[in-house]
Design a protein around this ligand. Structure first.
Ligand code: ADP
Ligand code: MG
Length: 311
């Protein structure tokens, strides 16, 4: 059977940081990323794709908030599900076009993915992840009265804070695995997946967002991926990132990664979860993980670019 790569596309690989989000731009950048995924497919890999959803889910929440007198409100779990549909469509069509142009016929499907979290995860008591639009004092006031957790950023305004519990299990893991065995390219666990908790044996949506790098890692392990590729907007992980003495890493062992992480080189909201995810995957499987950009994917596969995380 073909080796299986789990490719996690960072939000910024689909939509660069400094760009106003539009559907047109998402297609432009997704198409670029899909050209790189095409090289993987041509190289004989089976592929599962995951992706971030920060800007998209933020805009879904802006629409919901602006239309709250005309349209029914949606919980965060539903907003995440909608973002999986939106981005899944953009990826499916972009990859379909790239494959077809290359004369390759391979089915592609997006799986709306529920990800189980612990209803007693301490993260629920300490919402820490800012999401959605920046709000003015006036817009924030009614939310504050209702006890919605908010954070204030000087000069930009208020933002909602939500819990970011750890992903425990991918509910649709067997579906994803069976599809890959049938040589279907699968898009799954978008935006970290739809957070669900179990109550008396039943699943229920949770008001939370799950880190996409950690969810990708759990999915990679449960579909028995041979390689975890975390694609973002930096070619290599660095020590003292953008500080004096900045040095890019060609590779690091799990032990080195843990030592650098403990020394504070990888911040929680950005590189931290990627390194944690890579370490977890490599430790659990003995296989390799790579952190790099879509552009550097091909040389990184050959071990000549990116940061290789090794046992
Ligand atoms: P993504 O959308 O791909 O998850 P993130 O912004 O969450 O992107 O994470 C990638 C970012 O991590 C880089 O753009 C970089 O600014 C930041 N970063 C923080 N620490 C490091 C580090 N030690 N090495 C490389 N990049 C780092
Ligand atoms: Mg990130």
């Amino acid at each position: 059977m073909a080796p299986l790569a789990l490719v996690a596309l960072g939000g910024h690989a689909i939509l660069p940081k400094d760009m106003a989000p539009t559907i047109g731009r998402q297609f432009v950048y997704t198409r670029r990323a899909m050209r790189r995924v095409l090289t993987l497919v041509k190289g004989g890999w089976s592929v599962v794709l995951t992706h971030g959803n920060g800007p998209q889910v933020g805009h879904i929440l802006i629409r919901a908030e602006a239309a709250r007198r005309q349209a029914y409100p949606i919980p965060l779990s539903v907003a995440v599900a909608e973002s999986e549909g939106e981005i899944g469509y953009v990826i499916q069509q972009s990859l379909y076009n790239e494959l077809t142009f290359a004369g390759i016929h391979r089915p592609i499907v997006t799986v709306l993915t529920q990800v189980l979290v612990d209803k007693d995860d301490p993260a629920f008591a300490h919402p820490s992840k800012p999401i959605g639009p920046f709000l003015t004092d006036r817009e924030a006031a009614p939310l504050r009265r209702r006890g919605v957790p908010l954070i204030h950023e000087e000069g930009r305004g208020w933002r909602r804070l939500v819990a970011s519990p750890r992903p425990l299990q991918i509910i649709e893991r067997d579906t994803v695995r069976r599809l890959t065995e049938a040589e279907v390219i699968v898009v799954a666990a978008g935006g970290g997946g739809i957070p669900v908790v179990e109550e008396r044996g039943r699943l229920k949506g949770a008001d939370a967002v799950i880190d996409k790098d950690l969810a990708s890692t759990v999915l990679a392990q449960s579909v028995r991926a041979d390689l975890l590729l975390l694609l973002t907007d930096v070619r290599k992980v660095a020590l003292d990132y953008k500080k004096p003495g900045h040095r890019d890493l060609d590779s690091m062992t799990v032990a080195q990664a843990q030592e650098y992480h403990a020394a504070g080189h990888f911040p929680p909201g950005s590189m931290g979860p990627k390194v944690e995810g890579a370490v977890q995957f490599v430790m659990a499987t003995g296989k390799r993980a790579i952190i790099t950009t879509p552009e550097a994917l091909a040389p990184a596969l050959a071990g000549r670019d990116g940061t290789q995380v090794l046992p």
